[in-house]
Design a binder for this molecule. Structure first.
Ligand code: SF4
Length: 368
């Protein structure tokens, strides 16, 4: 059975991981630019999904769709695709391919069809799967997040319990590269339950990667502000090559942070800024503007914090995007105050901020 993978830039890391998982089960996913062969697989996010609906519906082959959007809206996607993989795919996708090849009747756990959704019967044991094989990607060191930020699809996709890849397996994967870069919901939570940091686990990881240039706490392994302590910054400045640290503030208003269920305060962000300065690291701080739960005073507080950040480092600013499957699904972004638009424009021209506060598609939807 010829199984293809639809090339989509935003899904490169998913391809690397799923190629490796399917390969061990005897399926080699062939990258294609349009659906063909016996089966073509897609991984879609909620921004690029609409652009592929027609292609999937008219595909001349069996189609399988997974990824954050498929997990958030399985029955919507089942109207277009033959099969929808809900949640993580390392175990489910090969299992589904085997069922298709063997023409095994009956529902497959973790898969939706037009007939309905068969619930998942497992959680992926991360050490059981390599992060990549022939097609390389970033090394996924942790999966799952105990924080339920109201705008975020990650807990829906990967669950709220953190799972970690063992140090020796990370080192084995990192041996393919000079630079070691990682995927994780919070790099500073490595080895922990995602609530209480375990600096000794981070140091053990760094020691095992002594042959690499380590980039830790920069895209795509940003951190949470309350995990930033003097101790972990010492580790980063001792072992790592990056001289920046990227973390999420999202809002300058404690009222809004509570509504977003972020689990940290503005004071945590300010402390992280101070600690970065003391450690000689440049902070890069993420913000969301246009949040529907904001009042004007909250937006002004965020703008004030953006200014404070840009005096010490850089800010990464994005317009709120209502993602399906999250508590904020279906909500509409607020129009920004004129002063916010003006100041963000000036800071962008001065090279102090990046991002997209007018067009959320630019954030996720690059080159399809
Ligand atoms: S901490 Fe990050 S990954 Fe976890 S729910 Fe919040 S935004 Fe999502």
């Amino acid at each position: 059975m010829q199984v293809n993978w639809r090339e989509i830039t935003a899904a490169k890391n998913s391809f690397a991981a799923l190629y490796a998982a399917c390969e061990t089960e005897g399926y080699a996913l062939r990258p294609v630019k349009e659906p063909e062969g016996d089966v073509t697989c897609y991984s879609l996010n909620s921004i690029n999904a609409p652009a592929f609906m027609e292609e999937i519906a008219n595909a001349p082959c069996t189609t399988i769709v997974g990824g954050p959007h498929a997990t958030a809206c399985p029955m919507e996607m089942a109207a277009y695709a033959d099969y929808v993989v809900v949640g993580e795919g390392e175990y489910t996708l090969p299992r589904l391919l085997r069922a298709i090849e063997n023409r095994t009747p009956g529902p497959v756990p973790g898969v939706a069809t037009r007939e309905g959704l068969c619930p998942q019967d497992h959680a992926v044991f991360l050490p059981a799967y390599p992060p990549f094989s022939q097609f390389k990607g970033y090394i996924e060191i942790s999966r799952g997040c105990p924080h339920g930020c109201a705008y975020c699809q990650t807990p829906n996709l990967f669950g709220r319990r953190m799972r970690h890849r063992p140090v020796d397996e990370i080192a084995r994967a990192a041996a393919h590269f000079r630079d070691a870069r990682f995927v994780t919901p919070n790099a500073l939570a490595y080895g922990s339950d995602g609530i209480r940091p375990r600096p000794e686990k981070i140091e053990a990881l760094f020691r095992a990667l002594h042959r690499n240039e380590i980039y830790f706490g920069t895209f795509p392994s940003e951190v949470r502000p309350e995990f930033v302590t003097g101790e972990v910054l010492d580790l980063i400045t001792t072992y790592c090559a990056n001289r920046r640290l990227q973390f999420g503030a999202q809002s300058g208003s404690d009222r809004v942070l509570t509504m977003l269920r972020r689990g940290h305060t503005v004071a945590d962000v300010e402390q992280a800024l101070d600690l970065c300065r003391d450690a000689g690291l440049t902070p890069v701080v993420d913000f969301i503007v246009g949040l529907p739960c904001e009042e004007e005073e909250d937006e002004r507080a965020t703008l004030s914090l953006v200014h404070e950040v840009t005096r010490r480092g850089r800010a990464h600013v994005h317009l709120f995007t209502p993602l399906p499957g999250t508590p904020m699904a279906g909500m509409k972004a607020r129009d920004l105050l004129p002063e916010t638009q003006r100041d963000l424009g000036r800071l962008a021209l001065a090279g102090k901020i990046s991002g997209s506060w007018n067009d959320p598609e630019r954030r996720f939807y690059r080159n399809r």
